[in-house]
Design a protein around this ligand. Structure first.
Ligand SMILES: NCc1[nH]cc(CCC(=O)O)c1CC(=O)O
Length: 332
């Protein structure tokens, strides 16, 4: 017997938009749905994520409601979800991924000079931004910022930083790239509220494992009709790609906030995984270790994506030489 599906997510504008999107998918399949917002510690605490400690702070509050039965389904950004499975819960659906790329918001790379201030709280983005700058012979200053999409945008508009990096998926889900997305090609500048934006090719800025994808989670003892409803919105190629990316991350034992980028693409029965591993580096710290930015690729069968991720990580581990991503943590 089916009934109204209660979908819970954090109360941030992006999390709510994501939950509404999942709700609309379920509604289209004929299921009545109700969306509930949940307050989480990660949203209330304004310190840097690297200071708060613990992984999955965004997921915990929503998961608590799954456990106590006040919601049936939780919607998370996959890239914020720890790799380790949550006891008693299952990721019952991974819907089709949104654009996986990052967007450069503000001053274009060609205009970066020594001392250009680029804001990001993400070690993954920081190491790649610094490498891009180094390639052009300039030293930028990476400024540790965080906050939601709108507040990060504002820091650029008011000149607090010259540029920042945001996930295209977040901007798209919030409708910020509406009307421009189909025309925006990589590197071609567009403007949002007078601020230039440009999609960064994955060859330049490798996204975080799981970026652009959602995890739709429920209790493992959920009723069959609910599991079936969620299975209907699962997207097998996205699940395979994410499985490879996360098994790479998990094998490196890098937290979800580590300076690691991973992006998998499936083509028929094959899966190709590209990854980048940076030195354990605090944003804003002196980055004399840029030579350690390691770019690797591997491929294998799309039917066993976890082993593709594991194999690539196993190749990388000896190269890290004790300087790899330890408890490095990432805000994006
Ligand atoms: N870490 C914050 C976060 N988690 C998910 C997204 C965007 C949506 C996505 O990547 O799926 C963002 C914002 C950002 O990185 O710009």
């Amino acid at each position: 017997m089916s009934r109204t599906i209660r979908v819970g997510a954090r109360r941030s504008p992006l999390a709510v938009a994501q939950a509404e999107w999942v709700a609309s998918q379920l509604e289209a399949a004929g299921h009545p749905v109700e969306v509930l917002g949940v307050d989480s510690l990660g949203d209330k605490d304004r310190r840097r994520l690297t200071e708060i400690g613990g992984t999955g702070i965004f997921a915990t509050a929503v998961r608590d409601l799954l456990h106590d039965g006040s919601i049936d389904v939780a919607v998370h950004s996959l890239k914020d979800l720890p790799v380790a499975p949550a006891p008693g819960l299952v990721v019952a659906a991974i819907p089709q991924r949104e654009d996986v790329r990052d967007v450069l918001v503000g001053l274009a790379v060609e205009q970066w000079r020594d001392g250009t201030r680029v804001g990001t709280g993400s070690p993954r983005r920081a190491v790649q931004l610094e490498a891009m700058a180094a390639e052009r012979g300039v030293r930028i200053e990476v400024v540790p910022i965080r906050g939601n999409v709108d507040s990060r945008f504002r820091l650029v508009s008011v000149g607090e930083v010259d540029a920042t990096v945001l996930a295209a998926a977040g901007l798209l889900r919030l409708g910020r790239l509406d009307g421009v997305t189909t025309e925006v090609t990589e590197g071609q500048d567009r403007e949002i509220n007078g601020v230039p934006v440009s999609l960064m090719p994955v060859g330049l800025m490798l996204p975080a494992a799981g970026q652009g994808a959602l995890a739709v989670e429920c209790r493992e003892d959920a009723e069959d009709w609910l599991l079936a409803a969620l299975a209907d919105i699962d997207h097998a190629p996205t699940r395979a790609a994410i499985t490879a990316e996360r098994s790479f991350l998990g094998t490196l034992e890098a937290g979800c906030l580590a300076p690691v980028g991973a992006h998998a693409v499936t083509a028929e029965d094959r899966l190709v995984l590209h990854a980048v591993v940076g030195p354990a580096l605090e944003p804003g710290a002196e980055s004399a270790k840029l030579g350690q930015l390691l770019k690797v690729s591997g491929d294998g069968s799309a039917t066993d994506p976890a082993s593709v991720g594991r194999a690539l990580a196993t190749e990388v581990l000896p190269l890290l030489d004790g300087n790899g991503p330890t408890a490095g943590r990432e805000d994006g």
